[in-house]
Write a protein that binds this ligand. Structure first.
Ligand code: GLY
Ligand code: MN
Ligand code: MN
Length: 460
């Protein structure tokens, strides 16, 4: 069975009920993600749609969920899925099929996906409202409007509305996904643990002479070894000045002895992803300049994490981080003047040009509003998960900064669960204090073996 399958029927039925209770009366039409061609007859690796998987646990492409409320505390769910097909399963692998979808995923009815447009009108008929998000698949949207138009023609002698009103379900689903339920919290803990293991393996493996992609291979091998199906986003493995490219992805430079290596990578597990950045010295020791910048970023990050408390605005961490980073920029001799005035003037921007946090969950930049309708910042509540990821970036040729800082890019990123009390850092096990990072980099199996060999063979 695909590792994306989650046949916890009670969990998904409860999520569907909550979603429908939030949406109200109407029919939810939710297709999963569309397969994406890579070249010729080859497809990109498939990942189920996040909302669809959240509400069904069903892993296969070419599937649609129909769901509607049936009075208080009850609902009706229908899955349209690919049929069993002996020939196709020889080529592409096993399918759950119609009977499997119904039995394993606990929906009330299941049909072949090929019958979807034929069956849809009878499911639509009792509903004055349809919940469907436009834009993911224009061909699907067009067909849906054709069905609406057909219904309108059929009912032209009736009082309006002859076809249903269309409403976007995303705000309700996003609000639900924003506060993680206990299953999602467990998945995020699991993704965090695997991600930490990958980062530690990378710290141990990195050494001058390797390419960034070789370290990436170690990191991602550890993710896979520990059961992660895929990465939550493309791994950033950025050595030396490449760390100043925020979404660097070439990952092809050779590591040099004085380099820092910035790795921003997260393993996806049980549908959720972690998002962790660590920056460490390739040769195992920070230079004094690197250490000075590192301490500034770390101090800001720890203060930012402490600000992620229930009741605070979601961007409290950002406000705290820019204050500490700006103070650090003064201490490092990059900026001069009063820290408050420098913060007000956003003078940190050339060296800290991104935000400090985003929601995290099924998607690395997860769904969820950052402000309410009146423009007020979202308020943190227990169960929300967000990143705290300050950094400082001094480009190699930047003559505004002291020469010894040029080419240094450092980001430190952790995943934080908001609780009723102290924020819980899901990724706390990844070495972060400067000395702990150096120790982790020093514990290289390869190096230890070299030392043992040298001791065993004096003079070699
Ligand atoms: N890895 C992408 C981010 O940190 O937002
Ligand atoms: Mn992030
Ligand atoms: Mn990241």
């Amino acid at each position: 069975m695909s590792r994306d399958a989650n046949p916890d029927q009670a969990l998904h039925a409860a999520r569907r009920q909550r979603a429908l209770d939030a949406l109200g009366d109407g029919l939810l039409i939710l297709p999963t993600a569309v397969e994406s061609p890579r070249n010729g007859d080859v497809l990109h690796d498939y990942r189920p749609g996040s909302d669809f998987h959240f509400l069904t646990g069903f892993p296969e492409p070419e599937a649609v969920l129909l769901a509607s409320r049936r009075g208080r505390g009850r609902h009706h769910s229908v899955l349209f899925v690919r049929p069993r097909d002996r020939e196709r399963e020889i080529w592409d692998g096993r399918r759950h099929g119609v009977a499997g979808a119904r039995r394993r995923f606990g929906v009330d009815e299941a049909f072949e996906i090929g019958s979807f447009w034929r069956e849809l009108p009878r499911f639509l008929a009792p509903h004055a409202r349809v919940f469907h998000r436009l834009g993911a698949d224009p061909a699907f949207d067009r067909r849906l409007f054709e069905v609406f138009a057909g219904e309108a023609r059929r009912h032209r002698r009736q009082a309006p509305p002859a076809h249903p009103v269309l409403q976007d379900p995303l705000p309700a689903l996003a609000a639900m996904r924003l506060v993680k339920d206990s299953a999602e919290q467990r998945a995020l803990h699991a993704a965090a643990a695997v991600t930490v293991a990958g980062h530690v393996a990378a710290m141990q493996a990195a050494r001058p002479g390797l390419h960034e992609y070789e370290v990436q291979a170690v990191l991602e091998a550890e993710f896979r070894r520990r059961g992660s199906v895929r990465n939550g986003y493309p791994s950033i493995v950025a050595s030396g000045p490449n760390a100043c490219v925020l979404h660097y992805h070439d990952n092809d430079r050779r590591l040099r002895p004085g380099d820092l290596l910035l790795i921003d990578a997260g393993a996806e597990l049980q549908g959720c992803t972690a998002d962790v950045t660590r920056t460490f010295p390739v040769a195992g020791r920070f230079t004094p300049a690197q250490a000075a910048v590192y301490r500034v970023v770390l101090r800001a990050q720890l203060a930012g994490i402490a600000a992620c408390r229930a009741g605070a605005p979601w961007d409290a961490a950002h406000r705290v981080c820019v204050r500490w980073l700006t103070r650090g920029l003064v201490e490092l001799g990059v900026l001069r003047g009063d820290v408050r005035a420098l913060v007000r003037g956003q003078r940190f921007k050339p060296f800290y040009m991104h935000g400090t946090s985003h929601w995290l969950g099924r998607d690395v930049h997860d769904v969820g509003a950052y402000q309410d309708d009146a423009g007020r910042a979202a308020v943190l509540r227990p169960g929300m998960v967000l990143t705290v990821e300050p950094g400082l970036y001094f480009a190699a040729g930047d003559r505004r900064v002291p020469a010894e800082l040029r080419g240094i890019g450092i980001r430190i990123e952790d995943d934080v669960l908001v609780t009723r009390g102290t924020p819980q850092v899901l990724t706390a096990a990844a070495p972060k204090e400067l000395e702990a990072v150096e120790r982790a980099c020093g514990r290289q199996p390869g190096r230890a073996a070299v030392r043992r060999k040298a001791r065993a063979q004096p003079g070699s």
